[in-house]
Design a protein around this ligand. Sequence first.
Ligand SMILES: [Fe+2]
Length: 280
Amino acid sequence: MTPQIQAFFDQTTATVTYVVHAGAGSACAIIDPVLDYDPKSGRTCSLAADQVIAFVRQHGLQVEWLLETHAHADHLSGAPFLAQQLGGKTGIGAGIRSVQRAFSAVFPAHEARFDHLFAADEAFSIGSMQARAMHVPGHTPADMAFQVGDALFVGDTLFMPDVGTARCDFPGGDAATLYRSVRRILSLPPHTRLFMCHDYPPAGRAPAWESTVADQRAHNIHVHDGVSEADFVAMRTARDQTLAMPTLILPAIQVNINAGQLPPADTNGVRYLKIPVNAF
Ligand SMILES: [Fe+2]
């Protein structure tokens, strides 16, 4: 089964949102939608989400699922806004519970805010399309890769071959665990289409987000065939020590562990995102 896939690349956060469907009038899932957020002004807007809405309406698609591959640290989820406009159930991996626990001392969370928590390797359907939520922890404990026919949405496990892999230094992240998740992905049939959640292209290359298992096994700079777990862990751990926190991690985490829902309004009617001082 070869689903149709429409990608939307958000330049600001380098995030790719996908609509996976079976043609005009079919059911669809939206994966990793973005709500624009400007940290200087504190304003959200729906420019990115509006493009997805236009595509869904233009093709007469029925949204069954709004899927998060994990609790993102670099953007606010657009899932609640899209659910309001288009319908659909929100879903994330059951590992979100341990992400919520890790942040619970600073940011309270409610697991019930997600419509569905996927168990490891749970099968589900998107209309007539069979799908599977493949548990691929390592970047975070909640990471799921969503398999629909010959396509796999890999979240933050793999990046394009010339970029490599995602960091593993967030709470609950672990480089050896990521290595094993990546090997599971790369044991799928070689022609499997892989869709990245981000692209941070090297100078001179335009953003791209699609590769294959064969391509990654041959060319991924961090995990091509022949790289051992020990070598990967040493490389990943050293590299993670050099990385700054993502700009939006504090706003993003407190919203995204609550299924993208903004905090309730204060008594003055204003919603506030909280910045903890010296807590991390
Ligand atoms: Fe991520």
